[in-house]
Design a protein around this ligand. Structure first.
Ligand code: PMP
Length: 362
């Protein structure tokens, strides 16, 4: 049956959305997903495998994810009643949008404000719920444009403002004074600071949660080496966590994920720091080499580079793909994103191979 059979039943917004389908296919080197390179030690890997296998198969997971939420507080501070966990921050974003979707006085629909470009799930998840999305272009250094953000907030009176710092896909950190200015311009909204990539950055803005009552944080284990677990979190005011918890499915996080993520956050800190140090060192090396080849590479505080190509990005992307290397291309987005690739930092060998192929496309 075609979707048209159900046209009257479906949300009209779905007609304009496409399902999120990551690239599959036969690639030897995948630098498209902002995952960590596989550098975990055999001992750490064995400990995670043991945690994954523990727990009764017949029983539902802990619906409150008590140990995991405790582990998250030991990682980011706060108390466990300020923490909500989901199957990746993707689920947490969806829960936030479901719970905080009451149209503001006089508005037809709830609204979110985000910079652009940024992580696509804010927009997709909002659109699927009939929530309006107001996007404000980042400035020419890929930092927040405070005047435009302020204007957007004043005119749309949003429910949520999403700020990712470091930002995906640009890798840039937003300046703290600009983040503060945006928060102060939106005292009636929830401002969500998404720190998915904070492990690779020299500083965090998590402390702003204590300076402003309308600020919350998002975090994840996906970028530091554990994307397979699908564990992400929200840290915010307990009164808000209690409400969002009402739209969460009781057993949203499988036992293996809860156990393994708890182990990761409590006992594998040194391992993670080692992998992160590798990524940061390789990011700096790759950035320097790409700049030497003539690519535009703004400073990145994440585990990927935002690379401007001189030749059409589509050609460079296809040239890499022909060599079995997958990166993310933004050529289809047009405008000032058109000649950009987002390249995840891989192992040293993967990065060398990437450089070798890119030499031909400089
Ligand atoms: N936030 C940002 C800024 C991201 O780039 C991503 C992953 N691409 C996520 C959140 C989602 O992470 P998770 O794997 O926890 O769903």
């Amino acid at each position: 049956m075609t979707a048209s059979r159900f046209a009257n039943l479906l949300r009209p917004e779905l007609a304009d959305l496409a399902a999120y389908v990551p690239h599959t296919g036969d690639f030897e080197i995948r630098l498209d997903g902002n995952e960590a390179p596989p550098l975990l030690s055999p001992d750490a890997r064995a400990a995670v495998a043991q945690a994954l296998a523990a727990g009764a198969l017949e029983r539902y997971p802990d619906p409150r994810a008590t140990e995991l939420r405790e582990a998250i507080t030991s990682h980011v501070g706060g108390t466990s009643d300020e923490v909500l966990v989901g199957t990746g921050s993707d689920e947490v974003i969806a829960l936030l949008l479901t719970a905080l979707s009451q149209p503001r006085a006089g508005a037809e629909a709830a609204t979110i404000v985000t910079p652009s470009p940024t992580f696509v799930m804010y927009r997709l998840s909002a659109a699927a719920r009939g929530i309006r999305v107001h996007e404000v272009p980042l400035d020419d250094r890929w930092d927040l444009d405070v005047a435009q953000m302020r204007a957007a907030i004043t005119s749309t009176n949003p429910n949520i403002v999403f700020l990712a710092s470091p930002n995906n896909p640009t890798g840039t950190r937003m300046s703290e004074d600009r983040i503060r200015a945006v928060i102060e311009a939106a005292p009636e909204a929830l401002v969500v600071l998404d720190e998915a990539y904070v492990a690779f950055a020299p500083a965090s803005v998590a402390h702003l949660r204590h300076a402003y009552p309308n600020v919350a944080l998002l975090g994840t284990v996906s970028k530091i080496g554990f994307a397979a677990l699908r564990v992400g979190w929200f840290v915010g005011p307990a009164e808000l966590v209690r409400e969002i918890d009402k739209v969460r499915q009781p057993y949203n996080l499988p036992t293996p994920s809860q156990r393994a993520a708890t182990l990761v956050l409590c006992e594998l800190r040194a391992e993670i720091e080692r992998v992160v140090a590798h990524v940061v060192a390789e990011r700096e090396r790759l950035g320097r080499e790409l700049a030497r080849l003539g690519f535009g590479v703004p400073p990145s505080d994440a585990n990927f580079l935002w690379v401007e190509t001189k030749r059409p990005a589509k050609d460079v992307f296809e040239g890499l793909a022909a060599n079995k290397i997958l990166v993310r291309s933004f050529h289809a987005r047009g405008g000032r994103l058109a000649n950009h690739l987002r390249i995840t930092i891989g192992t040293r060998e993967e990065n060398d191979r990437l450089l070798e192929v890119l030499t031909r496309w400089a």
